[in-house]
Design a protein around this ligand. Structure first.
Ligand code: PLP
Length: 335
């Protein structure tokens, strides 16, 4: 297997995957197979009508050799909600949980030491073969769990991000923002690639009608000494587990945490003397150095990664890697 240190995030896969089929109203047994192609009918519902959803979370090898999954049950509950929103057969939560834990045990040799991790990717796709089912839900499905050894995003040093403020295009349909479904990423791809080309930015911060939401695959938080501001939960954006964890840690560290709607004018005023960061499983918490609006650049603080971003990031990573106590019961030991 390629060393994950030398490979882009998600491009190296463990040799085993878990697969289960839903047919005739019931889930079959989970099978563990060599990671590779699946036979799917070209008329499969997901390929035409986008009936698919996924999850993404990490398991960490601690210095005692144990491998521990971060907030497994919150991720599995979100997968359940995504399946329900898309009218897909819902995974059996106990079966999926067991499949994830057994898969980790089976690929344990491939779990990198810290600061690497094993990234887990459950995937649910509607497979009913019927190209006339645009308004009919899939009644057959496949549930897959892939595992990918990953390295620290910032192993080469943390570089502040440059982000475009987009006030017109939407990331996705407003009622589906909280669902981790492929179509949402396809919808954000065009605006994101256009912004990269035109402004040389890393990501796009979607702010439809001026209301700050999130980027294509991460939540957005503002920070100042002892203060945190982020959008309050609503169906328009993804309810990140990292976001939730950062809010818990910030409250415990005595920050004043505000969850509410705010607009681009307030954002630009805030960052003159504040920090901005993206949150998500892949990169944990990444500092934003520059915002671009209508072609004009705005520095966030002094343009570097701020101390509050680093403090919260380090507090979370310490729990994940087992160097700080798991005070909130966030870890599930897989093996
Ligand atoms: C997955 C995702 C996030 C981050 O969620 P985490 O649970 O923190 O990994 C944020 N926004 C979008 C659009 C996502 O897909």
């Amino acid at each position: 297997m390629t060393n994950p240190k030398n490979a882009p995030f998600g491009s190296v896969l463990a040799s085993t995957m878990a697969v289960a089929h839903y047919r005739d109203g019931a889930w079959g047994k989970t099978e563990f197979r060599v990671t590779g192609p699946l036979e799917i009918h070209p008329a499969a519902h997901a390929l035409h009508y986008g009936s698919e959803c996924f999850e993404g979370f990490k398991a960490y090898k601690h210095t005692d050799g144990s491998v521990n999954v971060f907030r497994l049950d919150m991720h599995l509950a979100r997968m359940q909600n995504s399946a329900r929103a898309l009218v897909l057969p819902e995974p059996d939560p106990a079966q999926l949980r067991a499949a994830v834990l057994e898969l980790i045990a089976r690929v344990r040799e491939d779990v990198p030491d810290a600061p690497g991790a094993l990234y887990l990717r459950p995937l649910l796709i509607g497979t009913t073969p019927n190209i006339g089912a645009a308004a009919t839900p899939a009644t057959e499905a496949i549930l897959i769990v892939l595992a990918s050894p990953v390295w620290d995003y910032f192993a080469g040093g943390m570089k502040p991000l440059k982000i475009l403020i987009e006030e017109h295009a939407q990331r996705c349909a407003p009622h589906l923002g909280m669902v981790k479904t492929g179509g949402n990423y396809a919808a954000a791809m065009g605006p994101t690639l256009a912004a990269r080309k035109q402004y040389g930015v890393d990501q796009v911060l979607f702010c439809p009608g001026g209301s700050v939401q999130e980027t294509g695959a991460s939540n957005f938080v503002l920070l100042r000494a002892g203060e945190l501001l982020t959008r309050s939960l609503d169906p328009s954006f993804l309810h990140g587990v990292t976001r939730d964890s950062i809010l818990v840690l910030a409250r415990d560290l005595g920050y004043r945490v505000e969850e509410r709607v705010f607009d681009v004018a307030e954002l630009l005023a805030y960052v003159q003397h504040g920090e901005a960061a993206l949150s998500g499983t892949a990169a944990v918490l990444s500092g934003v150095g520059t915002l671009v609006r209508d072609g004009k650049e705005f520095k966030v603080g002094d343009g570097g990664i701020g101390p509050e971003t680093l403090r919260l990031r380090n507090a979370l990573v310490a729990i994940q890697q087992g160097t700080a106590p798991d005070r909130y019961g966030w870890l599930t030991r897989a093996c």
